[in-house]
Design a protein around this ligand. Structure first.
Ligand SMILES: Cc1cc2nc3c(=O)[nH]c(=O)nc-3n(C[C@H](O)[C@H](O)[C@H](O)COP(=O)(O)OP(=O)(O)OC[C@H]3O[C@@H](n4cnc5c(N)ncnc54)[C@H](O)[C@@H]3O)c2cc1C
Ligand SMILES: CC(C)=CCC/C(C)=C/CC/C(C)=C/CSC[C@H](N)C(=O)O
Length: 484
């Protein structure tokens, strides 16, 4: 007799309208087809940690800002949504030790190359090769997902990409991993630390995997979305024909109802508070696309065995983004260069007591006006400072000669990474209840949330239709060699 065909799910809930939740809506629609009703709950603003701030009539990114050229899901979203990358504006990097600039990029590639070779031998070239090797393995996920394969835990996903090497990498510090590879401590202090400070606000004691991602975040060819990165989220929401529910989810519980076949079927009840008060709805599948950690979201899970905690262990790191429209005090950076000749756009910092800030960058608006070009420090412009604590008035007076606006955004930005990690939170919280942001404990980035969204859409589909052959397959890399 023909195998029993399971009915399609009728309703899916996604909690969170950031890049993770909206990408999940997009991929779930792709997997389950047009009939299923998808609802996205968002307590704040669509985009979540992708957000902009208006200064003087222009919008500037205050959260997630850069995208790697090999981030294929983000690229694909732009193509599907008819969005474009923002026009390129040249940039110039320097490193600050709290007193003076220890490195200032030259306009000439060869000058930078010789300086780096002189100071750090082959460390610099080898670092590029090391990161490239990790990215090569990382890229395997796209082929697996293209073929419909999914993974039931972060560890299994990492293992499928990079084998035991990736699992070792997430369980040791970047410092340990790079020292073991033969990089020098001086190179780690002078070059790698400034990158982990700007990109994750933390030291080289973050895990080796997220450390490699941070270093990839200093590659060339980084891009952003014309009009603002958060446009991808609203675009995905619209494209997926999901319904936005502007409400805060307070609780998720498991309920039973009798099914047509006589046996009991369980479903999820989502309780939420919106503008018109408290309400609840029921769903066949639920995807939680917000971090389940202290200060991030307070969702009470009831009726589950084993119990699901409101907050998993581990905390999120505070990064304060302060946007200042003002005149930079170049002597704060210990430089004697005239402000009209000072074109440095990104100042990274060393890890020492004198560096209260993690970075200082000149910001370009999300839409580049015609004829726009980088301006020197002698002109009023928008600067972004990353720090772990809010800046004091004294800090601002040291860094700027004058300013006409200051806006501060305190983010619980990404996990506070301190390997070895006890255990990464699970993707599967319960039978058909999934947790997208578990992936952030390997690394937090827009593309990581998109990869997790695709993985969970596939996983939810295969588990719904009991297609176990597409879950947790070993050795996919060898088996798919030669395929497309
Ligand atoms: C300052 C900063 C700089 C960064 N820079 C980069 C970068 O350059 N490149 C990069 O790739 N990544 C960067 N990141 C990381 C990146 O922004 C995140 O990894 C990514 O945006 C996470 O997206 P998400 O959708 O998974 O989570 P979020 O964006 O946090 O989305 C979760 C959403 O859920 C909502 N929510 C929470 N609780 C509830 C509830 N109970 N009910 C309903 N809704 C709820 C929230 O309001 C939020 O909108 C940066 C992050 C920060 C903060
Ligand atoms: C996931 C892969 C393969 C690559 C992502 C690389 C990337 C873009 C890393 C950056 C991650 C991050 C959290 C950056 C924060 S700050 C960004 C920027 N320097 C700024 O000033 O806003």
């Amino acid at each position: 007799s023909a195998p029993e065909v399971r009915e399609a799910p009728k309703k899916i809930a996604i909690i969170g309208g950031g890049i993770g939740g909206t990408a999940a809506a997009f991929f779930l629609r792709q997997e389950f087809g047009p009939a299923v009703k998808i609802e996205v709950f968002e307590a704040g603003t669509v985009g979540g940690r992708l957000a902009t701030e208006n200064i003087g009539g222009y919008e500037y990114e205050t959260g997630g800002s850069i995208i790697h050229p090999l981030n294929l899901h983000m690229k694909h979203f732009l193509d599907r949504l008819g969005l474009s990358p923002r026009a390129d504006v040249s940039s110039k990097l320097a490193i600050f030790d709290g007193k003076e600039l220890t490195f200032e990029e030259s306009d000439w590639f060869i000058v930078n190359f010789i300086r780096m070779l002189w100071r750090y031998g082959f460390n610099f070239i080898r670092m590029h090769m090391w990161v490239e090797g990790i990215l090569d393995k990382f890229m395997r996920i796209y082929q697996y997902q293209q073929f419909g394969y999914s993974f039931s835990s972060v560890e299994k996903l990492l293992h499928a990409m990079g084998g035991d090497g990736f699992l070792t990498l997430v369980n040791q510090t970047l410092e340990e991993a790079m020292l073991a590879e033969g990089f020098s401590q001086v190179f780690l202090n002078d070059v790698v630390t400034p990158v982990t400070r700007v990109n994750y606000g933390q030291s080289v004691r973050i895990n080796g995997f997220v450390g490699a991602i941070a270093l990839a975040g200093a590659d060339s060819g980084l891009w952003a979305v014309d009009g603002g990165n958060k446009m991808v989220c609203s675009g995905l929401l619209y494209h997926s024909k999901a319904e936005l529910v502007p409400a805060r989810v307070t609780a998720i519980s498991m309920k039973m109802r009798p099914s047509k076949t006589g046996s009991a079927a369980n479903f999820y009840e989502v309780n939420y508070v919106g503008e018109s008060g408290a309400a609840h709805s029921t769903y066949d599948i639920v995807v939680v696309a917000t971090p389940l950690h202290q200060g991030m979201s307070d969702i009470n899970f009831s009726g589950f065995s084993p119990p699901i905690p409101t907050h998993f262990p581990g905390r999120y790191h505070q990064t304060v983004a302060t946007l200042v429209h003002g005149l930079l005090n170049v002597s704060y950076l210990g430089t004697t260069e005239k402000p009209e000749r000072f074109f440095v756009s990104d100042v990274l910092t060393l890890d020492n007591k004198a560096s209260e800030i993690h970075s200082l960058s000149s910001l370009n608006p999300v839409k580049i006006p015609k004829g726009y070009s980088p301006s020197p420090a002698s002109q009023h412009k928008v600067w972004k400072i990353f720090s772990s604590q809010p800046l004091s008035q004294k800090n601002l007076q040291q860094i700027f000669l004058s300013w006409d606006s200051v806006s501060e955004k305190r983010w619980l930005a990404y996990p506070s990474y301190s390997p070895p990690h006890r255990r990464t939170p699970p993707f599967i919280l319960h039978d058909r209840l999934y947790y997208l942001n578990a992936v952030e404990w390997a690394a937090s980035a827009m593309e990581m949330s998109a990869i997790s969204a695709r993985n969970l859409a596939l996983l939810a589909h295969h588990r719904w239709y009991e297609q176990t052959a597409k879950i947790n397959q070993e050795d996919l890399h060898t088996r798919l060699k030669g395929e497309l």
